[in-house]
Design a protein. Structure first.
Length: 442
């Protein structure tokens, strides 16, 4: 690494970088820093100036759409490197993210690059990382043995460092300060509050911080999807994660089939078939006509309407009948500027009235895959028009939008998380390109 830096930087630049070796016990890290990656990468934008876990999939989709195949391969190779050296695809390449991953899109990235290069030796070289990442998600504590599905579960303890430094409001209060204030003032019936908040001491519990970190592993930070601030996420099998793991299994079967390993392809297909059955059993709610997250402690689905209900359509899990039921519920989510994240307005940035590019893209692609082209085109046009309008007015493309008001000014409506709207923004640029391409395709 030092030799590579010497070649790429002048003396002044090199003097700004201090190389450190990670300790065997990660708890010994006193000063956090950037983790090395061997290849160039595209950052999301704004204050997010490192390589993020699920942002990178959507960025890669945009890179491939623009013919930037070499850079897309660089980013995929960086994730393979992360799995090999850091144990998983990280939330982002900072030391304080070593305890958690983000939604697993690596096989989608591998196949996206391979579809352009047809490089069989390279495809074969990704297999160890594919297998190891799959074990990360399908072994305890991520595995829920009694139902055979997986959950989000950060391996670290205590407050998340990035929250203490970045999620601070104009009064100097962190996200955790605002949560404690909310717990003091409001009754909570979604879960046993005593698990997460010590009322006598006005103190958030260790389990709260575990849940908070795990919610950040999901990428949806925060919403009330798993109860207030989603800290009860550790007791749920989420729709999004298990659909993505199904997609990993389908993709792995395709990769091994391409490499002429028929036995391995059959093994992965069997895993996908089994997960599909479990998703139908635990996550599909026939009376509601929606996919809901499953609380494996209570044995019940949580009837919280969230845009991840479109993931099974995107992955081809939903039957025609199930897809029709979900589409019948589309009016719950559809707004003037695109797809609402949820139907609840809670002050969290991953709830209504906000819409985010990844969910626009996956929702539209899910509708289109299920045969609902008119609905897909209508949603795509709405979001493309919103992004274009706001770019014309402000000269920027941003992280998230208020899709009810069709505006990029969101700070007034966000009380939990961070109220800034970061510019750039990787996945919005990519979703815009891809949605536009879908509208112009024959």
């Amino acid at each position: 690494m030092e030799a590579a830096l010497e070649k790429q930087l002048d003396a002044a630049g090199r003097a700004q970088i201090e190389l450190r070796t990670l300790p065997a016990d990660l708890k010994q890290i006193a000063e956090h820093g950037l983790l090395y990656l061997p290849h160039p990468y595209v950052v999301p934008g704004g204050r997010f100036n490192e390589m993020y876990g699920w942002d990178s999939y959507f960025i890669l989709v945009g890179l491939l759409r623009d013919g930037e195949v070499a850079r897309a391969k660089d980013m995929t190779d960086n994730f393979v490197y992360e799995v090999e050296h850091y144990g998983t695809v990280l939330n982002a390449n900072r030391t304080y993210y070593l305890s958690r991953s983000q939604p697993p899109f690596l096989t989608r990235m591998i196949l996206g690059v391979f579809g352009k290069t047809r490089d069989l030796p390279w495809l074969c070289s990704t297999l160890p990382a594919l297998e190891r990442l799959y074990r990360f998600w399908t072994s305890p504590p991520h595995l829920i043995p009694e139902i055979g599905l997986s959950r989000y579960f950060d391996l670290g303890e205590g407050p998340a460092p990035e929250v203490l430094s970045d999620e601070v409001d104009e009064r100097g209060r962190t996200h955790y300060d605002r949560v404690r204030e909310s717990y003091r003032k409001n009754e909570v019936t979604d879960y046993d509050l005593a698990l997460f908040y010590d009322k006598e001491r006005d103190r958030l519990t260790d389990l709260f911080y575990k849940g908070d970190r795990s919610m950040r592993e999901s990428g949806f930070d925060p919403s009330n999807r798993f109860g207030p601030f989603s800290v009860d996420i550790v007791h749920y099998a989420p729709v999004c994660l298990n659909v993505l793991l199904y997609q990993v299994e389908v993709d792995a079967a395709e990769i091994y089939g391409t490499l002429q390993d028929a036995a391995a392809a059959r093994r992965w297909k069997a895993r996908a078939d089994e997960r599909r059955q479990r998703i139908d059993r635990y996550l599909w709610d026939a009376p509601a006509g929606l996919y809901f997250d499953y609380n494996f402690k209570t044995g019940r689905r949580r009837p919280y309407e969230f845009a991840t209900t479109f993931y099974p359509l995107w992955a081809g899990i939903a039957s025609p009948e199930q897809a029709a039921r979900v589409v019948k519920n589309l009016p719950l989510f559809e707004a003037g500027g695109g797809l609402l994240t949820s139907t609840q307005t809670t002050g969290n940035q991953w709830d209504a009235p906000f819409g985010w590019a990844p969910l626009q893209l996956l929702g539209v692609e899910g509708l289109r895959r299920s045969g609902y082209k008119a609905e897909a085109d209508r949603l795509a046009r709405k979001f493309v028009a919103l992004v274009a309008k706001e770019f014309a007015e402000h000269g920027t493309i941003v992280e998230k939008y208020d899709v009810r008001r069709s505006e990029s000014e969101v700070s007034a409506g966000i009380r939990f998380g961070y109220s800034t709207n970061e510019v750039g923004f990787g996945w919005t640029n990519a979703a815009f390109l891809e949605l536009l391409a879908g509208l112009t395709a024959p």
